[in-house]
Structures are given as C-alpha cells and as structure tokens.
Write a protein that binds this ligand. Sequence first.
Ligand code: PBG
Length: 324
Amino acid sequence: MFPKRRMRRLRENAILREMVAETKLTLDDFVCPLFVIEGKKRKEKIKAMPGIFRYTDDLVVDEIKKLKDLGIKAFLFFGIPKKKDEKASQAYASDGVVQRCIKKIRDNLGDNILLITDVCLCEYTSTGHCGIIRDGKIVNDETLELLSETALSHVKAGTDMVAPSDMMDGRVKAIRERLDSEGFNYVPIMSYSVKYASAFYGPFRDAAKSSPRFGDRKSHQMDYSNSREAIRVIAEDIEEGADIVMVKPALPSLDIISETRRRFNLPIAAYQVSGEYSMIKAASKMGYVDEKSIIIESLTSIKRAGADIIISYFAEEIARFMKR
Ligand code: PBG
C-alpha cells in the first residue's frame, strides 16, 4: 500500500506552507546590542565586526531613533570607558559611559523603548578580567559588591533591566538584594546563566576592548563540554531570583536552549554572539553563502530551539527584511 500520509502535501503551496510554519520571527523577539563610548560625535568602526560601530551618546540617540523607526524596541548596552583601573571604577560611576548614555537616551527618547544594560567588569578593569584580581585569581565575593554597585548605578540612571554576564557565583542574589534594598523591586534581572567560555566571543573583545591581559575566562565561564552543569546553573540562577535566563553562544548551544525550554517555564534569551555574526558576514562577503537566507535560517533555528528573546547584531537587517 502506498503511504496514506504524504508529507509533501503541505509543502507544495507557498501560502499553505507559511500558514503551517511552526516558528515565525517577529521584531518583538529581538534585542539589538549597542557599544557606547565617551566623547562627542564619534562613530568608530569595529574591524572584526563589519557593519557594527561604537557610538558616543549623542550619536547613539540618532541610531536608536533610526532602529526604533524600523520597529526595534529593545537594546542592550555595553560601555567602553576611557579610563580603566583595577577596581573598574568607571563601571559603577554615576557619570560613567553607560550611565550617561542611558540618561541621555531616556531624556531624548522617553519610555517607549526597553533599555537593558550588560553588567560585567571586564570592559572596565585594567586587567581585562571580569572581577577584582588577587594573586592572579578573580576574587568572587568582593567582585559581587562591585557588580551590585554597577547594576544599581545603571538602574538609577534609568535602565529597565540589568543583565549580569560576569559568571561569578551568587551574582544574581547579590544584585537582587541590592536593588530591592534600594526600592527597585520591580527591575528584572536577565542572567547570562549559561555562558560558555567560547572562542565565538573573539570579535566582541575587539569591539569592547576587553581581552584579558593574561590568562582566559575558563575559571568562571562554563566549559562547553557540559550540558548537565548548564541545567544546574540555570536552576541556581532561578533560585537566586533571575527573571529571564540566557544561553550563549546561540547556534552552538541549541541543545541547551531546547533542554532549558523543556525543563523550565521562565522566558529564555539566546545571544547570537559576535563570532556567529562575523562568520556569517565574512562567508557572505566571499560569496560562499547567501547572507539574507543564512541570517533568517540561523535566527529561526534559535527560536525553534526554544528562545523567546534573541539578542542579535542582525536586528537591523531582520527589521529591513521584514519591511520588504
Ligand atoms: C562580558 C560579555 C562578553 C560578551 C557579552 N558580555 C564577552 C566575554 O565574556 O568575553 C560576548 C558577546 C559577543 O561575543 O557578542 N562583558
């Protein structure tokens, strides 16, 4: 007997195919990362990330206006300070690069956008490490104080959500307690819960000038060989008070995104990181792959795996594809 079920029946007609498509990207899914620097009227190219720039606060306002007109509503900020020191002072200075930028955006663009700030010290320490160093090691608990201080200063400046990416133990709890003690009980925390020690962050470190001066990040970021540990880390972050958990890099971690979706009921964010972006850009430029198709396919796969929120440097491209 010939098969009764012919899977191709629903694949033939393009309209029907669209109708039964299980996963659809919308601009509501996207967060656009932005790099901000000190000074005025400067827009710097990032060599390892063609098409991505660092902006001073005046120009970032214009950039956000443009992106907002395209339909992008959420932004994730990384600050690159002029002065770096061992205590990462500029990370929690009330007039630090991110704090000033957030204030400026709020003053100019109002509340109808979602501002998220990355909380980590690596862009602010002279060592390029994510915390305070003693005897060549990152001291966890002292670092928590500075991270909490940083998160609080972002919130005071007007950010809507903080996103700790440092991978210190206990940071979600420390930040939650600090924000609550200052009356910011309703500011959510999106934790970079499963952040693998990944070579895919290479171009970002060029963008954020945050390469470690010695050693690497393997003492705190996760070993990409591990998936059971990922589930333990997520459970711990939820216990500590994370409102959204993040997995990164995205495409190499689809198994983790999908397992997290099966096991937990809170929103999941996935970060399509700099290396994922730059590989697609480079291969497209060489003519080896079709850029538009590969962007849409990779992002759809991330959503299909279970991500509710996608942080991607392709946010603007996606918005433009959707307009057409
Ligand atoms: C740390 C941070 C990093 C990324 C996001 N937050 C870099 C790192 O851990 O070295 C990577 C993002 C990307 O590669 O796009 N502040």
